[in-house]
Ligand binder design. Structure first.
Ligand code: CP
Length: 309
C-alpha cells in the first residue's frame, strides 16, 4: 500500500491526519530499533537531501543530516555563507537549482511562507525546517512522538506551554497537531505581550479544542502531564520587548515539586535560563535526551517515507 507521505511536501501540520501520524510514528519506532541495533542501513543509498539553512540550527540541521547519513544517503549542506542567495538569487530559482541535484529539499528560512514558495517552485518534495514565526512542523512530529512514547497516549493528556508563544513556531505547530486528538487539553502560560498567535487561537477554537490561557504558571502547573517550556526568540522579538521576555518564567526544582510524578518536562532547545540546570537530572526532564534523539528517529522516518514510501 502506498504511504500517505510518499512524494509529498511537509510544510505544515495542517496536512496531517491521525492515520498519517500513526504511520510515521510506527516507522520512527522501527528507526529507533535500527539505530540501537545496527546504527543504520542503506534504505536511502544513492539518494540526496539538500539542507538549505538560512537561519542557524544545531538540532534540526544535525538530526536531518544524521538521519540521511544513517540511511546511507548523501547531503548537500548549504547556509547563508555559502549560498548564492547572498548574491541575490531568488528562492524560486534556488528551488530549481536543488530540484536538479537532490531527491528532497529541507529548508529553514526566516520568512513566514517561504516553505510554501519553495514547494511551489521545486519539483522534488520540500520539508520545512522552520519558517520564521510560522511553523516548525518536524519539531511537532518529534514532540508528539515524545509525548506518545513517554505518556502512552494523547487522549486526556494535558499539555501546558509556558513562556513565549507569540514568536515561537514549535508552539504553533505542536498545538495545531495536538488538535487532531479530541480529548487533548492545552494550556498556554505567557505574558500578554507574548500570548498565543491569533491564527493558532482561532484554529484551536475551530477544532473545538479544550484550551485556556494564563499568566501565572502556578495556576496550572500541578495539572500538567507535559510541561513544554519555551525560549524568548531574540531573533524575532522587537528589541524593546526582548528584556520583558527574559526571566519572567523559570522552571526549577521548586516548580518540579508542584508537578505530578508522572509528568514530563519538554523544551525544543536551545535554552537560555528558562530551565534551571538542576532540572536536567530529574527523571521527568526529557529535553536533553529522549526528545532530542526522537528528532533523529522521526526525521529518518520522514525521509524514508517521503522518498521510498
Ligand atoms: N529545536 C530546534 O529547532 O533547534 P535548532 O534551532 O538548534 O535546530
Amino acid at each position: 500500500m502506498k504511504s500517505a507521505w510518499q512524494g509529498k511536501d511537509f510544510i505544515s501540520v495542517d496536512t496531517l491526519t491521525q492515520e498519517s501520524l500513526t504511520e510515521l510514528f510506527d516507522k520512527a519506532d522501527e528507526m529507533k530499533r535500527l539505530v540501537e541495533e545496527k546504527g543504520g542501513n542503506d534504505a536511502l543509498k544513492g539518494r540526496v537531501m539538500a539542507a538549505l539553512f538560512y537561519e542557524p540550527s544545531s538540532r534540526t540541521f544535525g538530526s536531518f543530516v544524521a538521519a540521511m547519513q544513517r540511511l546511507g544517503g548523501g547531503v548537500i549542506p548549504l547556509n547563508m555563507t555559502n549560498s548564492s542567495a547572498t548574491k541575490g538569487e531568488s528562492l524560486e530559482d534556488t528551488a530549481k537549482v536543488f530540484s536538479s541535484y537532490a531527491d528532497v529539499i529541507v529548508m529553514r528560512n526566516p520568512a513566514v511562507g517561504s516553505a510554501v514558495s519553495m514547494a511551489d517552485h521545486a519539483w522534488v518534495p520540500v520539508v520545512s525546517a522552520g519558517d520564521g514565526i510560522g511553523e516548525h512542523p518536524t519539531q511537532a512530529l518529534l514532540d508528539a512522538y515524545t509525548i506518545r512514547a513517554e505518556l502512552g497516549k494523547f487522549e486526556g493528556t494535558h499539555v501546558v506551554f509556558v513562556g513565549e508563544m507569540a514568536h515561537y513556531r514549535p508552539v504553533n505547530s505542536l498545538a495545531k497537531l495536538l488538535a487532531l486528538f479530541p480529548k487533548i487539553k492545552l494550556s498556554f502560560v505567557a505574558d500578554p505581550a507574548f500570548a498565543l498567535q491569533d491564527g493558532v487561537r482561532d484554529y484551536l477554537k475551530t477544532k473545538k479544542v479544550d484550551f485556556a490561557e494564563y499568566e501565572n504558571l502556578d495556576d496550572i502547573v500541578a495539572e500538567a502531564d507535559a510541561l513544554y517550556v519555551t525560549r524568548p526568540k531574540k531573533e524575532f522579538i522587537p528589541a524593546e520587548l526582548y528584556e520583558k521576555a527574559l526571566g519572567k518564567y523559570r522552571v526549577d526544582a521548586k516548580t518540579l515539586e508542584k508537578m505530578k510524578p508522572s509528568s514530563i518536562v519538554m523544551h525544543a532547545l536551545p535554552r537560555l535560563d528558562e530551565i534551571a540546570v538542576e532540572v536536567d537530572q530529574d527523571p521527568r526532564a526529557v529535553y536533553l535526551n529522549k526528545q532530542m534523539k526522537n528528532g533523529m528517529y522521526t526525521r529518518m522516518a520522514l525521509l524514508d517515507l517521503i522518498i521510498n514510501g
